[in-house]
Design a protein around this ligand. Sequence first.
Ligand code: ZN
Length: 110
Amino acid sequence: MSLPNCPKCNSEYVYEDGILLVCPECAYEWDPNEAAEEEGLVVLDSNGTRLSDGDSVTIVKNLKVKGASKDLKQGTRIKNIRLVEGNHNIDCKIDGFGAMKLKSEFVKKI
Ligand SMILES: [Zn+2]
């Protein structure tokens, strides 16, 4: 049975210490049973609802898009979002715009 990578630094050299898992590279310790529930990124929409990979959302305000000739309109539906780390934490494809990244604060889960 293999241990998970460190959730902080993604190190593969995690080892068990009692009920805890310990990362030798960043010294992070955690309880794997707790970690299982919090696994993945926590990305909240404009209402504070947690988003998941594969969710559908709508845009809650008109957004300017760099390099595009038109704005992203409020109410635009986006299917099958993917959560990513960073300031723009949603990866998606939008008809007429193609692949782009959005901030979760500008969307609402459908
Ligand atoms: Zn680590």
